[in-house]
Design a protein around this ligand. Structure first.
Ligand code: PRP
Length: 184
């Protein structure tokens, strides 16, 4: 069985993602200058593909860093309990920081990261996310740059996984229910 056999439908095509990320890059180019030298923080693992594409649309000087975050007990839903598995290499005190996420779902992960980062006294803190699922929000979180709002469906691809797989699909798809129902 191919990976594609597990996909019910394409929600956002590869072309639509490429176009939207170029627009997000333009939005960010209107905000930051070389002097700001922002630090883009990719929240691994899901955001690795979005980050790689977004950074190549940015015209201002910037740096990148990475953080590995994990939620406990995560099947198809988030528990709100967050762990830092790998912290930033950079000191963000006095820096302009952009958190780069693949998806904001309940908001608990981002809420935790924002609290954690604010305690380190950055000069500014903004959030870019490829996807947002507003209907699932349990905690209000500010998001500055949003690629797409998506309905409450099990989305995979373009970095988003189910059981660590499907991240390599070049589009955002919806997973067939029988795939996750048979495994959780
Ligand atoms: C995903 C995603 C966000 C979080 C969003 O991470 O990358 O960090 O869930 O969910 P929330 O808004 O309900 O907190 P996940 O824990 O699946 O890890 P991954 O990035 O390695 O896929």
């Amino acid at each position: 069985m191919s990976l594609l056999d597990d996909v019910e439908k394409t929600l956002i095509s590869q072309v639509a993602i490429e176009e939207r990320i170029a627009q997000l890059g333009a939005e960010m180019n209107a905000v930051y200058t070389d002097n700001d030298l922002p630090l883009l923080v990719c929240i691994l693992r899901g955001a690795f593909i979005f980050m790689a594409d977004l950074t190549r649309h940015l015209a201002f000087r910037h740096e990148v860093d990475f953080m590995v975050i994990s939620s406990y007990g995560k099947g198809t839903t988030s528990t709100g309990v967050v762990r830092i598995l790998l912290d930033l290499a950079a000191n963000i005190e006095g820096r302009h920081v952009v958190i780069v996420e693949d998806i904001v779902d309940t908001g608990h992960t981002l809420s935790y990261i924002l609290r954690n980062f604010k305690a380190r006294n950055p000069a500014s803190l903004r959030v870019a996310t490829l996807l947002s699922k507003p209907s699932r929000r349990e905690i209000e979180v500010p998001v500055d740059f949003v690629g797409f709002e998506v309905p409450n469906e099990f989305v995979i691809g373009y970095g988003l996984d189910f059981v660590e797989q499907y991240r390599n699909l070049p589009f955002i798809g919806v997973l067939k229910p029988e795939v996750y129902q048979s495994q959780v």
